[in-house]
Ligand binder design. Structure first.
Ligand SMILES: Cc1cc2nc3c(=O)[nH]c(=O)nc-3n(C[C@H](O)[C@H](O)[C@H](O)COP(=O)(O)O)c2cc1C
Length: 184
């Protein structure tokens, strides 16, 4: 299985870092694309450099439009944009393809592959909402970064795992990141 993880400059880089580590542990071939703002927020919020992620995944340059994931002929099982900024959401909603991230997302939509978008912003204005509707109509899954609290989390990693469990579920990847509702 092959997944693309895109990291943007929205708050919540910890979701991406944790997801990339989980995919690595699960033996899934993972490609990472980060925007410049994504790299900066990862450093600010997690104290991590993008290069440190190369231990768990293949890191691609967002400027490299010659990378394999820029083409639909390169087979992948899908892509997740986590966390997704309103800027990147707007680019995807408008079919942009001037960066590797927006091009790869556009490839997912045109090839009818799974595109999971984990947006993070609050409050949302009407253009954000319209962009979400637009990408959802084009076939993307909108999975807001809004973890549930019914498992009584007491640590940040539990909230992170809650979200990432839903992302892995969307790709049909088996995991044990959280206790499912109804499980003892
Ligand atoms: C610490 C920090 C947190 C941010 N959080 C968000 C956020 O949650 N959602 C959002 O849409 N933008 C957020 N931004 C603004 C984006 O980083 C900014 O709009 C940027 O241009 C996004 O670029 P990108 O889409 O290329 O990553 C944040 C910026 C900083 C510095």
């Amino acid at each position: 299985m092959r997944i693309i993880v895109a990291v943007t400059g929205a708050s919540g880089s910890i979701y991406a870092y944790s997801l990339i580590r989980s995919l690595h542990q699960l033996g899934i071939e993972t490609y990472v694309i980060a925007t410049g703002a994504g790299e900066n927020v990862l450093r600010y919020e997690c104290g991590l450099e993008l290069q440190e992620i190369a231990e768990y995944a293949t890191v691609l340059s967002n400027q490299d439009l010659f990378a394999p994931v820029a083409s639909g002929s390169f087979c992948t099982d899908g892509m997740v944009v986590i966390p997704c900024s309103m800027n990147t959401l707007g680019a995807i909603a408008n079919g942009m393809g001037d960066t590797l991230l927006s091009r790869a997302a556009s490839v997912m939509l045109k090839e009818k592959r799974r595109l999971v978008i984990v947006p993070r912003e609050s409050p949302l204005h009407i253009i954000h909402l319209e962009n979400m509707l637009r990408v959802a109509r084009a076939g993307a899954d909108i999975m807001p970064a809004s973890p549930g609290f019914y498992n009584h989390p007491s640590e940040i990693w539990e909230l992170v795992n809650f979200m990432n469990a839903r992302v892995l579920d969307a790709f049909g990847i088996e995991h044990e990141l959280m206790k499912r509702w109804g499980e003892a």
